[in-house]
Design a protein around this ligand. Structure first.
Ligand code: PLP
Length: 396
């Protein structure tokens, strides 16, 4: 009903947005303004880890709203939600990761991490991976490994070079000039590509040899999505700087970068105010994130993620699907052709199931449901996918 106004007034990211008009959302379902229910297999692109309007997140938000909202820029006042959140993150991080800086989005946290690496090492070179996605502000865009999408915005930040993800022969590019290597623990936009053959550990070793830092972008795999709290726990690796976002917020906007106290303290001197933000650590958002983190770490959710992965993999066997990639509930199904993928995503939507694409892999269908999705709902969604696949297969 509001599509014309949506296209007229709201700036668009593509010429063909899905433009589904939302009425409300609850648990694993989103409802449009015709009251059609859609089972959500995307979770706001890996952000709604506890589904929609999780009662514990709502309670935390309501409780905080009764006390105070924004009172001061990040870092000046002691605000319990932000303090408790950073304290709890420190409890779960490896020992070397002690302090957390809370931001408004993932991309801002990436920019913060890049600045921190330069400031701490006194070096400028950043190495990133081909087909990497780390966000869209100028810093994060500079380490994006997809030239066509960043070319019109050049010049970007200088001294950024690229290596191939999983290519051990490229590790020699990491040198004593390198401030940091930034990698997604599992490459998202590239097609949910996991590190193989102890790759992350090898990168870490090479970084240690030359005094470079390893930044891991956990914005998608982090906070339980791969069955462990942080994706890197699956790959024998201890980064120097960790960046999280998305799923930490339980449906609210957040980002965070974390490192040792020694490193982090660099941002408060020479010069002081090395990274500042008005709304980072916002009390209502931090309260929502704290409730989310507690729920994920105190429940069976992370354990259930692996069971759910096994279930999805066993259900989605079909001649049109060539491969299922990823880990836990960060999965994608690949078809042979992009137009088949498009048909599947659009037809599934007709059938009341939300699927989506990945940024750079046009043959991939994103399957990243809320961690809270029930086995019954998973079965229902997988049945819809198979029904859609059969229909498209029969019409081929
Ligand atoms: C791996 C990764 N890094 C960074 C970002 C940027 O996060 P945000 O969109 O919150 O700025 C994203 C978002 O999709 C992401 O998937």
């Amino acid at each position: 009903m509001n599509k014309a106004a949506f296209l007229k007034y709201q700036a668009q990211t593509t010429p063909h947005p899905l433009a589904m008009e939302i009425s409300h959302a609850e648990g694993s379902y989103i409802y449009d303004t015709n009251n059609k229910a859609y089972l959500d297999f995307v979770a706001g692109v890996s952000a709604c880890s506890l589904g929609h309007r999780h009662p514990k997140v709502l309670e935390a938000i309501h409780t905080q709203l009764e006390k105070y909202m924004h009172v001061m820029v990040y870092g000046e006042y002691i605000q319990k939600p932000a303090l408790e959140l950073t304290k709890l993150l420190a409890k779960y991080y490896p020992k070397n990761i002690e302090k957390t800086y809370l931001t408004n989005s993932g991309t801002e946290a990436i920019d913060g991490a890049l600045k921190l690496a330069r400031r701490y090492t006194g070096r400028s070179e950043i190495l990133a991976a081909d087909k990497a996605y780390h966000g869209n502000t100028m810093g994060a865009l500079s380490v994006m490994g997809y030239e066509a999408r960043k070319q019109p915005f050049r010049p970007l930040i200088p001294d950024v070079r690229f290596l191939k993800f999983n290519a051990v022969e490229d590790l020699k590019k990491i040198s004593s000039k390198t401030a940091a290597v930034i990698l997604e623990t599992i490459q998202g936009g590239a097609g949910f590509v996991q590190p193989k053959d102890d790759y992350l550990n090898k990168v870490q070793k090479r970084c240690n040899e030359v005094g470079a830092l390893l930044i891991l972008d956990e914005i998608q795999p982090g906070i339980g999505r791969t069955g462990t709290l942080f994706g890197f726990e699956n790959y024998n690796c201890n980064p120097d700087i960790v960046v999280v976002g998305k799923g930490l917020g339980g449906g609210m906007p957040i980002g965070a970068f974390s490192a040792s106290a020694k490193m982090m303290d660099c941002l408060s001197e020479k010069p002081m105010l090395g990274h500042i933000t008005t709304f980072g650590g916002h009390p209502v958002i931090a309260a929502a994130a704290l409730a989310t983190l507690k729920e994920i770490t105190n429940s069976e959710l992370m354990h259930s993620v692996l069971e759910k992965e096994t279930f999805i993999r066993s259900k989605l066997k079909h001649p049109l699907i060539t491969e299922i990639r990823g880990k836990g509930l960060m999965l994608c199904a690949l078809t042979k052709q992009a137009d088949v993928t498009n048909k599947i995503v659009m037809e599934a939507m007709e059938q009341g199931l939300i699927l989506f694409w990945l940024l750079y892999e046009p043959k991939a269908i994103r399957i990243t449901p809320p961690l809270t999705i029930s086995m019954k709902e998973l079965e229902k969604g997988c049945d819809i996918i198979i029904k859609v696949l059969d229909k498209i297969h029969n019409n081929c």
